[in-house]
Each structure stands twice: as C-alpha cells, then as structure tokens.
Design a protein around this ligand. Structure first.
Ligand code: NAD
Length: 370
C-alpha cells in the first residue's frame, strides 16, 4: 500500500477544532488498514504570523510543495485585523494557491435528504441535489492587468478591471470538468457571457473544441451565466458539472452553496496541473467556511465540511473512491439519525458539539464498513 504524504494546516479559530475530527478519521482509515499516511502539520494564517511574523513560513511552503495533498482548516480572526496587509492571515492561503498552481476550484453542492428543509428552496427542488461547480481560480478579471483607479482630474475617477483568458487556461479547466463528468452523470454545462464579452466568445469556442476533440462521449451544453444563475434556483437538479470562469464561478458557487443549508456543510478542492513525470497533481482541500471567531473555542463548530474535504482528498488525490463514498455515506447516516450541530439545527432536534458529531460519523463508519 503506498504511503500518502499529507500536510495538515489547521490554521486559526475553529480550524484546529474541525481538523481534530478529520485527524480522527485519518486514524480510523489507518487502523482499518485502508490507507497509510505520512502526516506532517504546520502553522498557517494568524497562528503562523504569531510564530514567524508571516502568514506561512518557507518551511511550511516547502512541506506543501512536497506533499501529495494539503488539508487546510481556516484562517483569520479579529486578533489579526491590524497586521500588515502582506502578512494578513488570508495571504497564507493565497500564497499556497499561487505557488501550488491551483487553477481549478471544485465546489460540490450536495443536499443531504435529512437537511432538505434547511434549504431556502422547496424540499422537492433540492432533496438529493448533487452538483459540482468547477471554477477557474487563477485567471480572469480578479488578476487581469490593467487593474487601476485613475483620477480624471475633473472630479471623476475611472476604475478599470481587465478580464483576460488565454486558450490554455480555458482548455485545462474544461478538461477538469469533462473528466469529472465522466465519473458522475456525464454532463457539463459551460457558462459565460458570450453575448456581451469577448472572453465569453473565446471561452465558448475553446470549450466546444476541447469537447469535440477529446470528450465527445460527454454531454455538453452552453448556458449564459445569468441564465445559469436563474436555473440554479429554479431547477437545480438539471445540472451535473458546471464549468465557468473566476468571477461567475465565485457567484454561482455561492448561490449553489446556499441551496444546501449551512456553510458548515461545504467542502472544496483546489487542483493544479497534472505533472507530466509523476502523473500527480498538486491539491489543497478545505472547508468553504472561515475561522468563525464567534464560535471558536466553544466546541460548537460543525466538522462536516472539514471531514468532507478529507473525503475529497481521498477521492481526487488518492483515488480512494470506495473510502470517499464511505465517508459521504457516514455523514449522511449521522444526519439521518437526527444529529445536528447548532448551525444546521431544525426544530425539536438535539444539538451536539464538534466532537460528538465527529464521534457519530466514526460510529457510522464502523457500522457501514463491516
Ligand atoms: P465564517 O465562515 O468564518 O463565519 C460565518 C458564519 O458562519 C459565522 O456565524 C460562523 O459561526 C458560521 N460558521 C462558519 N463555519 C461554521 C461551522 N463549521 N460550524 C458552525 N458554524 C459555522 O466567515 P466570516 O465570519 O465572514 O469570517 C471570519 C474570519 O474568517 C475572518 O477573519 C475571515 O477573513 C476569515 N475567512 C477565512 C476563510 C478561509 O480560511 N478560507 C474563508 C472565509 C473567511
């Protein structure tokens, strides 16, 4: 059995609390003989700033570059609101994304049947929902130059952001989406604004070409980003994989997230290029939520997004599909038993804390693994 190199970066606030539950699941997998991990751990965010004066040390970066996958908790909190801009907690995460070349952000939106009533949409629209938003993460309008505010000297200013995409950036994100679709329900929806944006025209053209050349077996549809937003709240179950640029992906993935209930439920993955020699790709897995300083240290945080992120690491970095499915089923089973952390509590349900939810999920793993 290969040893999988994993770097854990718990971070700040509730990060270490939810990471503790992911560590228990790692220990469970090892104890069952299902995997062998070489685990390292380091600081990131405010805790790294306190120790080293920067939000991630060079030593931690080196470990991240050497790892098969990075599991990240959350960073930030009021304690570090006044630190220099370059050393702010989020800078550690941005450095990781940049240096690991993580261009593809995968955000699943899954609605567990037990939580369908927590959605803002009707139960029948979201129950059993399982879609994947693939967002381009390193290009587009957030990074394009020029990016300026100019004083026009007549009492007016002019702000400019630039949306830029090259062919290779669209090709590689399209391939991630098509590859994922082949392992799911075999459908990709590509979303842009080709009616008003040149970058949308190129996006449409390149995705169409990649499809015709390499993925004819996958169903492809194109949907303008505004229509996609509308369809996401109208009939979300029509989608399987949605692939889109950085800006539209930012918005559409948040819309999709809210279909499913709480921030505490949402895992994510960010993937880099496949290395031609090793055939491996750099990857970072993290919950979508932040450090939640309002509940940090109280044992209240929902660990499901963190444990789900570990599940994604097993699925996308280690090819451990059976084990990843097992984790997803254990989470669903714990929820089916009516167990809820405060963020997903409905009426008349007993509320449990972080460790109890972790224990409940491991109990379900024990039950399901036999
Ligand atoms: P947040 O996600 O930390 O919290 C938003 C709300 O959701 C809070 O009420 C919080 O208690 C709740 N919540 C979040 N995760 C939860 C969980 N697992 N279980 C139960 N409840 C949960 O967002 P925020 O309050 O806007 O930001 C707090 C800090 O986190 C800030 O410093 C922000 O910059 C940082 N942040 C970091 C990341 C990251 O590390 N990737 C992402 C977002 C925000």
């Amino acid at each position: 059995m290969p040893t999988l190199k994993l770097l854990l970066l718990p971070g700040d606030g509730i990060g270490p609390e939810v990471m503790a539950e992911a560590k228990h699941v790692l220990a469970w997998l090892e104890a069952r003989g299902l995997a062998s991990f070489a685990i390292e751990e380091d600081l990131v965010g405010g805790s790294a700033y306190d120790a080293h004066g920067k939000s991630i040390s060079e030593a931690a970066m080196a470990k991240a570059l050497a790892a098969d996958a990075v599991l990240f908790g959350a960073v930030g909190g009021p304690k570090w609101d006044k630190v220099p801009y370059d050393a702010r907690p989020e800078a550690g995460l941005l450095r990781l994304r940049k240096d690991l070349g993580l261009f593809a952000n995968l955000r699943p939106a899954i609605c567990y049947p037990a939580l369908a009533d927590a959605s803002s949409l009707k139960r029948e629209l979201v129950e059993g929902l399982d879609i994947m938003i693939v967002r381009e993460l390193t290009g587009g309008v957030y990074f394009g130059e020029p990016k300026t505010i100019t004083d026009l000297g007549n009492g007016q200013k002019r702000a400019v952001d630039t949306q830029v995409y090259d062919t290779y950036e669209i090709e590689r994100i399209a391939r991630v989406a098509f590859d994922l679709a082949r392992k799911r329900r075999n459908k990709v929806t590509s979303s842009e604004k080709r009616n008003v944006m040149k970058s949308g025209v190129l996006w449409h053209e390149v995705v169409t070409q990649v499809h015709a050349r390499e993925y004819k077996d996958v169903q492809l549809e194109h949907l303008l980003a505004d229509a996609c937003g509308m369809q996401l709240v109208r009939q979300p179950k029509q989608f399987d994989v949605i692939v889109t640029d950085n800006l539209f992906g930012d918005m559409l993935s948040d819309v999709a997230a809210m279909l499913t209930g709480s921030l505490g439920m949402l895992p994510s993955a960010s993937l880099g290029e496949v290395d031609a020699k090793t055939k491996k790709r750099r990857a970072l897995y993290e919950p979508v939520h932040g450090a939640a300083p309002d509940i940090a240290g109280k044992g209240l945080a929902n660990p499901i997004a963190m444990i789900g992120s570990l599940g994604m690491a097993l699925r996308y970095s280690f090819g451990m599909i059976k084990e990843a499915d097992l984790i997803d089923r254990a989470i669903a089973a714990a929820l089916d038993r009516g167990l809820r952390t405060a963020d997903i509590r409905g009426q008349a349900q007993r509320t449990i804390g972080t460790t109890e939810m972790g224990e409940a999920i491991r109990a379900e793993l024990d039950r399901l693994a036999v």
